[in-house]
Design a protein around this ligand. Structure first.
Ligand SMILES: C[S@@+](CC[C@H](N)C(=O)[O-])C[C@H]1O[C@@H](n2cnc3c(N)ncnc32)[C@H](O)[C@@H]1O
Length: 384
């Protein structure tokens, strides 16, 4: 039998929750069941290192505390909490990767402290309330995956009054960028349409079937794919054409479950400082580890996914390509609203709408009698 590091035997060993429902498993959870995917997250050292620092540099806050790890995956954050001196850690993981986490915990002789519980956090009962919740729940552009819902369920059900969340705060940003990818995607879109023209010709020649009645439908489908779906990118700070604008902040102790579910619209203002054209908006986020007002971190940590030449993260940035690009000059201002909502057909995917206008720094020279061209526009995207 494994030595239990001198701690009491695991009375929580028989705690269990329910599996995710089949559709949510197929849409979302299934990839997390693979060690391959857990490894990808673990070797994002900016991410894993930020959690390690936030926990290990705040050992005073963790010592002798009861900790809950929501979505434990490999169990890494639960292990950090135990290393920081937690008295008890509940590591809740919905997928079968929980079995690997349990093995890892035993192998690292932390079985007396950490109980790995397989099941969704929504269906788990714990024998006690907890002092700290640790969780790595962030998706692309922070909100994709909608896992924050589960952290808030855990907070409302299990966190003691005055308890802390690690991370405790989150912020969303948008920035104007220059991106060659915009032109590349435009070329790919044109190629796809050329390919369609050749394909419909062949169908008529080989089989006598006219397919041109589907031209518009194919065009719309491809436009949605190439122009209205955001793309992952690890952009360089040189691509920024102006300072990022923070349009949303969350205090994770205070935000309600309903606020997270509801769609929202926020204002943004982007001051252009580099030469145009602005080919895309880039979206990214950061999270802060500040503890709680009653148990503040003595060492605050920031995990940022902003463009960083030295060290990106697996989240990269979400790029919203602009067709056509905005012909802004240094000094011009792009302002407007960004709306974010969940997709009706899959609550873990998002819709993003930018409604914006460009205000020139200098009035544009006007030919006599010429109408001012409106720069108001709306761009629609989905985050898949
Ligand atoms: C982004 S991974 C983080 C894994 C690990 N904590 C780490 O930092 O490496 C999120 C994990 O949470 C799990 N998860 C997501 N929603 C959950 C829920 N409602 N209940 C339990 N586990 C959940 C996923 O299966 C996945 O393994």
């Amino acid at each position: 039998m494994e030595q239990q590091n001198g701690h009491a035997p695991d009375h929580a060993a028989d705690l269990k929750g329910k599996d995710p429902d089949a559709t949510d498993f197929a849409n979302y959870f299934c990839t997390y069941a693979f060690l391959f995917h857990q490894k990808e997250m673990l070797e994002d050292h900016k991410r894993t290192g930020a959690y390690y620092t936030a926990i290990m540099q705040n050992q005073a806050q963790f010592r002798d505390k009861v900790v809950l790890d929501v979505g434990a995956g490999s169990g890494i954050l639960a292990i950090f909490a135990a290393q920081a001196g937690a008295r008890k850690v509940y590591a809740v993981e919905a997928t079968a990767v929980a079995q690997h986490a349990r093995k890892l915990v035993q192998h690292n002789r932390l079985g007396g402290i950490i109980s790995v519980i397989q099941g969704t956090i929504e269906t788990v009962e714990l024998p006690e309330k907890v002092d700290i919740i640790v969780s790595e729940w962030m998706g692309y552009f922070l909100l994709r995956e909608s896992m924050l819902d589960s952290v808030l369920v855990a907070r409302d059900k299990f966190l003691k009054p005055g308890g802390a969340l690690y991370p405790s705060h989150a912020r969303l940003y948008v920035a104007p960028i220059r991106s060659n990818l915009t032109h590349q995607r435009q070329r790919e879109f044109s190629n796809a349409m050329e390919g369609w023209a050749g394909f419909t010709n062949d169908m008529q020649r080989y089989y006598g079937v006219r397919m041109d009645c589907l031209n518009d439908a194919f065009h719309d489908e491809q436009k949605q794919y190439y122009q209205q779906t955001s793309a992952w990118a690890d952009i360089s700070p040189q691509q920024l054409a102006g300072r990022p604008w923070c349009f949303k902040q969350y205090d994770l102790l205070k935000v309600t479950q309903q606020e997270i579910i509801d769609s929202f619209k926020e204002h943004f203002e982007l001051q252009i400082v580099e030469a145009a054209p602005i080919e895309a908006f880039a979206g990214f986020f950061d999270v802060q580890f500040k503890g709680s007002p009653e148990n503040p971190a003595s060492f605050e940590v920031l995990l940022s996914t902003a463009p960083d030449p030295d060290c990106g993260t697996h989240w990269g940035q979400q790029v919203f390509h602009l067709y056509p690009p905005i012909n802004a000059q240094p000094g011009d201002r792009i302002s407007g609203d960004i709306s974010i909502s969940r997709k009706k057909e899959n609550h873990r995917l998002m819709r993003v709408i930018f409604q914006h206008r460009t205000t020139p720094n200098q009035p544009q020279p006007q030919a006599a009698g010429m109408k001012l061209q409106s720069t108001d526009r709306t761009d629609f995207y989905s985050i898949e």
